[in-house]
Design a protein. Structure first.
Length: 83
């Protein structure tokens, strides 16, 4: 296995075949093989990123999640932690 956090070419080669595999059991085996290789390598791929997946904590105040842009709310100048 390679260095943790770096994408393995072996894993890359498994992703396309599993996405077009019609046999559900064969596809499941490929997905588990990909998962095992990623876990062994310590990789942490981003599988979902959306404003709905943003963590919410009650002590975070002033945060506005933007709906019309991915960047116009990134400055966080009005955000604070209320302890």
């Amino acid at each position: 296995m390679g260095m943790a956090g770096l994408w393995e070419p072996k894993v890359d080669k498994l992703i396309d075949p599993q996405s077009v595999e019609a046999d559900q059991e064969r596809r499941k085996k490929l997905v588990w093989e990909i998962e095992r290789k990623l876990a062994e390598d310590g990789a942490r791929p981003i599988i979902f990123y959306d404003r709905r997946a943003t963590c919410w904590q009650l002590r975070v105040k002033g945060l506005t999640i933007m709906v019309n842009s991915i960047s116009n709310g990134a400055r966080m100048e009005d955000v604070w932690l209320d302890k």
